[in-house]
Design a protein around this ligand. Structure first.
Ligand code: NAP
Length: 270
């Protein structure tokens, strides 16, 4: 069992931290808004700052919204780095992209081990421990930390540091494309006069079937309670854009999918 500092108790972070606590790890928690940390009262000790949390742990795990948030929580004056000193491990599970991992690595002393471990799946997978954990790490670090993270989901070794983030951007590009295609095909079905139930039944039998199946409850109930904020998906698609253009990859479908997400955001669906 490991002594862990969990930093970030949002939609994903709270159930993921809970699973590590239930698995018997010694977890101390911190969140910027205190109320979310207080929900852990009685289950885990609460830290006043990220630095305080890590001073009582061997590894800090961050699950935060954006690269800026990770910068603040790790490198800020009361940040994890201040508590880590020159050793220990930092595992970042936020979706931030591989270039940010390179930046973060450059800010940490050599003695601090860094692992990237973003996740695929959503809130319900975080609750039942069925996330996929894309890890970028040395073989030794993967061997050690994948065992610790196993209660959260299935650890998959994608390659050296940054590879987990690379895989996460690839996977979310596929997701954005499928979401947009689902919306466009349903709009086309409407325009062609198909009754929506029939269009959905037909599409379930098409190559789009698995994507449709995952959203079927929402179509049928017309209730779209978010489990992954559209604003965060837009952040991911901006990361994809930045990483792709830096590497001169010629993408056409994925930027169009980003455009749909961006339009929805402008219309207040963030
Ligand atoms: P969320 O519910 O919005 O939670 C974000 C967390 O980041 C909260 O703890 C928030 O603290 C913290 N935070 C934001 N800005 C901060 C700052 N400047 N300083 C300190 N803390 C800050 O997001 P989430 O859905 O849990 O997602 C977390 C990460 O996982 C994101 O990178 C997201 O893209 C990724 N992800 C999400 C899903 C999903 O389905 N939701 C799936 C896979 C991956 P407060 O509570 O104080 O606001």
């Amino acid at each position: 069992m490991a002594r862990l500092a969990w930093l970030g108790l949002g939609t994903m972070g709270a159930p993921m931290a809970s699973r590590l606590i239930e698995a018997g790890h010694d977890v101390i928690v911190w969140n910027r808004s205190r109320a979310k940390a207080e929900a852990f009262n009685g289950r885990a000790p609460l830290a006043g700052t990220p630095a305080e949390a890590i001073s009582r742990a061997e590894a800090a795990i961050t699950m935060l919204a954006t690269p800026d948030a990770v910068d603040e929580v790790v490198l800020g004056s009361q940040g994890a780095l201040a508590g880590l000193g020159g050793s220990g491990t930092l595992i970042d599970m936020s979706t931030v992209g591989p270039d940010y991992v390179t930046h973060l690595r450059s800010q940490l002393p050599e003695g601090v081990e860094l692992v990237d471990a973003p996740v695929l799946g959503s809130a319900s997978n975080a609750e039942d421990g069925s996330l996929k954990v894309f890890m970028g790490a040395s073989d030794v670090a993967f061997e050690r930390w994948s065992k610790v993270l196993a209660p959260i989901g299935k650890p998959m070794h994608m390659g050296p540091l940054g590879s987990g983030q690379a895989m996460k951007l690839v996977a979310n590009s596929a997701l954005a494309g499928l979401m947009s295609l689902t919306g466009e095909t349903l709009a086309l079905a409407d325009a062609l006069g198909l009754e929506q139930g029939n269009a959905i039944a037909g599409l379930l039998e098409s190559p789009l079937g698995p994507a449709m199946k995952r959203k079927i409850d929402k179509f049928e109930s017309d209730i779209y309670t978010p489990s992954f904020k559209l604003e965060l998906m837009l952040k991911d698609m901006r990361l994809v854009d930045e990483h792709a253009s830096k590497r001169n990859v010629d993408l056409k479908l994925i930027p169009d999918a980003k455009e749909w997400i961006s339009l929805a955001y402008q219309r207040g669906y963030g």
